[in-house]
Design a protein around this ligand. Structure first.
Ligand code: ASP
Length: 264
């Protein structure tokens, strides 16, 4: 396999217009075959991220409290998204299924992962792509570390022609229960998919134009860093540069796959 893995962040997938833009980015280059979406993010500064809403839903459901307001907002956003994209996908049935499991697990991981899952389903319909559920091939060991068997399992699922969509942010524990990476973890999924698919490039599509030399909220007009080593990138991410999850560097670094930060 070869090609390009492209991960799209939540603000790049916040509504149907953003998703259409992402569709045109993917279709503009035949090499872009492995697509890793985040959950829909904020459409404006006052808006809520789907993942935050799902976590709120989980907490209320676990406490036996009324979660209808938060679940209603989530339903509305996904229903709107599905109809605006005109995809042939039973979003109501999926949402009902999530609702029936909202109070099932003590840990928030399953609920937190549903934003990526649903977005992945919608986007794979839109692109006519093969949907790959990470719960079946991104595996954690009993200590919560990534199990290297992941690369074999995922490589098998990514064989064959066409486009593949692998939702970001989650995988499964040895007993099959869903487990997420830490927040912002779709970047890590992107890196794992790039390595498993033996991609030539890992494109990380976000809402910033690359790495800046200083925090733009503090220093006005900082210069862009054209190229950094994996070690420098890891250091910057670890120290708080909010562009890439610090754990996203290892899987691609081991194979020397370059990461390209792009602005949708
Ligand atoms: N949706 C998850 C989060 O908000 C993961 C991600 O976007 O990378 O943290």
């Amino acid at each position: 396999m070869s090609g390009i893995t492209c991960k799209f962040g939540g603000t790049s997938l916040a509504d149907a217009a953003c998703v259409r833009q992402v569709e045109s980015i993917i279709k503009s280059k035949a090499e872009r075959r492995f697509v890793v979406p985040s959950a829909p993010g904020k459409r404006n500064p006052q808006d809520k991220k789907i993942t935050d809403l799902l976590l709120a839903w989980h907490n209320l459901a676990r406490e036996g409290l009324d979660a209808s307001q938060v679940s209603g907002i989530i339903r509305e956003r996904f229903t709107e998204l599905a109809s605006a994209l005109g995809v042939n996908f039973n979003i109501q049935a999926e949402l009902d299924c999530i609702e029936s499991q909202a109070a099932l697990y003590e840990e928030p991981d399953f609920m937190a992962s549903r934003g990526e899952y649903l977005n992945g389903r919608l986007i794979s319909e839109l692109l006519n792509a093969t949907f790959v559920d990470p719960a079946e091939c991104i595996k954690f060991d009993a200590e919560g570390a990534l199990d290297p068997v992941t690369y074999e399992l995922l490589a098998k699922r990514l064989e064959g022609p066409g486009l593949f969509v692998v939702p970001g942010f989650y995988g499964a524990q040895p007993d099959g229960r869903v487990k997420t990476f830490s927040r912002g973890g779709s970047d890590v999924t992107g890196s794992i998919v790039a390595r498993a698919s033996n991609s030539d490039l890992y494109e990380n599509w976000t809402d910033v134009s690359g790495f800046l030399m200083a925090d733009p909220r503090i220093v006005s007009n900082p210069k862009r860093i054209a190229e950094v080593t994996y070690a420098e990138l890891r250091e910057l991410s670890y120290m708080g540069a909010n562009v890439l999850h610090d754990e996203a560097i290892f899987p691609v670094r081991d194979k020397g796959i370059p990461i390209n930060i792009r602005n949708t």
